[in-house]
Design a protein around this ligand. Structure first.
Ligand SMILES: [Zn+2]
Length: 406
């Protein structure tokens, strides 16, 4: 017994010797994030239960929890009798310890969301923009709306600790650069520096779908152990891939840009300069434009759905076409990434949730979906089309936690 204990201590010392100071800091931050996430997900949990889930020693748990309490990030709630007669103390996160701001830039509008530590959007606003807006104009407009939003709320500017800008396209999240956004017609622009100067806050930048998948992984902890793909259909179509909790980015962050895979070689011109990208067909604006050819009064996806259920032949034709290309997208994702789960998100599925069942029952599901017993396809969690906003907040929260404890 003594020998095995000394061996354990010896092996720990060896491990510590091999860790340089950066490694040690990485392990420390990783453990703090892990414990914080466990408390966040379990809403009232004892130190003993945390030890069971995290498989860390009770000494480490106590040390980290004390640090989190000292920073006002966690508080001790009511006590009650545990099953061995001792009183258990339940830990909760303090949802209002600080807030973060997510700015989601899309073709037709910019969404701003102030999110608390419980991943709840507490303030939100939507700004209409025109399609030729420059990056600087987008940030300036966001800043003016942000000022108004905070001034008309109970929140102080000092409580906002970090901003995440999420945008469609290829994003270099390390450098804060939008490498290429076909939707916004932006190329190689450092939005991080510009926004940071404007807001006087730390700014992170991430692809909108890569942010959304990180929301799904935190909300559904089991996804950390699976190979999953998040597919979004809104003003464009895009995907993000997570391999057991780690985002697959590729060489320059363009992994998952399924919107620019070519599905019709003689198709119409895409914003990226090529013909027949999936993006030219599988998006809400294309659906509305197609519908307008039959009925000029159609202005929204809801108008198309209404006519689809009234069995208008043109609306049935549009939904049928979308089903076809949706099934092609699913097939291409399944063949490229071999996931166990594809989560469908974005405006189309939020406004038309029955669409998934319609597509799965269409002939195209048989034609294009590879025969694969292990693949499940589900609609996104209860984020109501806002997974990218909450995902952006999760990134900012982690950044702030790292800053506090580094
Ligand atoms: Zn394209």
């Amino acid at each position: 017994m003594l020998q095995s204990l000394s061996q354990k201590i010896f092996s720990r010392v060896i491990k510590m010797n091999y860790l340089d100071s950066q490694d040690y800091m990485d392990v420390k931050i990783h453990n703090i994030n892990l414990i914080f996430d466990i408390i966040k997900l379990n809403k009232g949990i004892s130190r003993t239960e945390i030890a069971k889930i995290s498989k860390m020693s009770s000494m480490s748990i106590t040390r980290i929890v004390t640090q989190l309490i000292n920073e006002n990030l966690v508080y001790q709630g009511e006590t009650s009798k545990g099953n061995v007669g001792r009183r258990a103390v339940y830990l909760h996160i303090n949802p209002n310890a600080f807030y973060t701001l997510t700015i989601n830039i899309d073709i037709n509008h910019i969404s701003l969301a102030v999110v608390n530590l419980a991943n709840k959007i507490i303030l939100q606003t939507l700004i209409d923009i025109n399609r030729n807006i420059s990056m600087e104009e987008a940030v300036d407009t966001s800043y003016e709306s942000y000022k108004k939003l905070i001034e008309n709320s109970n929140i102080e500017f000092e409580q906002i600790k970090c901003i995440t800008i999420v945008c469609a396209g290829i994003i270099d999240n390390n450098k804060g650069i939008i490498t290429f956004s076909a939707q916004m017609k932006w190329k190689d622009i450092n939005i991080q520096n510009y926004a940071s100067d404007k807001f006087k806050l730390d700014v992170l930048v991430e692809n909108d779908v890569k942010a959304a998948i990180q929301c799904e992984i935190q909300v559904n902890n089991k996804f950390k152990n699976e190979n999953i793909v998040y597919l979004t259909i809104g003003s464009g179509v895009g995907a993000a891939v997570s391999n057991k909790g780690k985002i697959f980015r590729g060489e320059n962050n363009s992994a998952g840009e399924i919107g620019h895979t070519i599905v019709d070689v003689d198709g119409i011109m895409c914003e990226c300069g090529r013909k027949g990208c999936l993006n030219t067909i599988l998006n809400i604006n294309s659906m509305i434009n197609s519908a307008k050819k039959y009925d000029k009064s159609i202005n929204s996806i809801r108008d198309i759905i209404y006519n689809y259920y009234r069995k208008q032949p043109w609306a049935e034709e549009i939904v049928d076409k979308i089903c076809k290309y949706f099934c092609i997208a699913i097939n291409n994702i399944a063949c490229s990434y071999n996931p166990t789960l594809i989560i469908i998100g974005g405006e189309l599925i939020y406004k038309f949730p029955e669409f998934l069942t319609i597509a799965q029952n269409s002939i195209y599901a048989v034609e294009y979906r590879p025969f694969n017993d292990i693949l499940n396809i589900v609609v996104e969690s209860e984020t109501k089309g806002r997974a990218n906003l909450i995902g952006g907040a999760i990134l900012a929260q982690k950044y702030v936690l790292n800053k506090i404890f580094t």
